[in-house]
Design a protein. Structure first.
Length: 80
C-alpha cells in the first residue's frame, strides 16, 4: 500500500480522511488523529510480516509512506 502520510491534516479530517497513518517511530505504523495515537503493530504483527518505509518528497512528488504486509496465517478471530 502506498499513501501520503498525515493525509487527514491536509483534508481537514473530513470524509475518508479522518485519520492519519504515519511512520512516526522507526518502522512502526501509527494511526493518529487530533492528539489520539494508536500503534497498529499489536494488531498486525501476530498476523504477518509488516514493513513500513518513508519515501522522502522530491521536486515532483510529495512524501509517501509505503506499507508492505505479508500474511502468514489465518487471523486469530477467524479460527474455531
Amino acid at each position: 500500500m502506498m499513501l501520503r502520510p498525515n493525509d487527514a491534516e491536509g483534508e481537514d479530517y473530513k470524509g475518508l480522511h479522518q485519520w492519519n497513518l504515519d511512520n512516526i517511530f522507526d518502522g512502526e505504523l501509527i494511526l493518529h488523529q487530533l492528539g489520539r495515537r494508536f500503534s497498529m503493530m499489536p494488531l498486525l504483527r501476530p498476523q504477518g510480516d509488516l514493513v513500513v518505509q518513508n519515501v522522502a518528497a522530491s521536486e515532483r512528488d510529495k512524501a509517501k509512506l509505503i506499507v508492505k504486509f505479508k500474511k502468514r496465517r489465518m487471523p486469530i478471530f477467524l479460527r474455531l
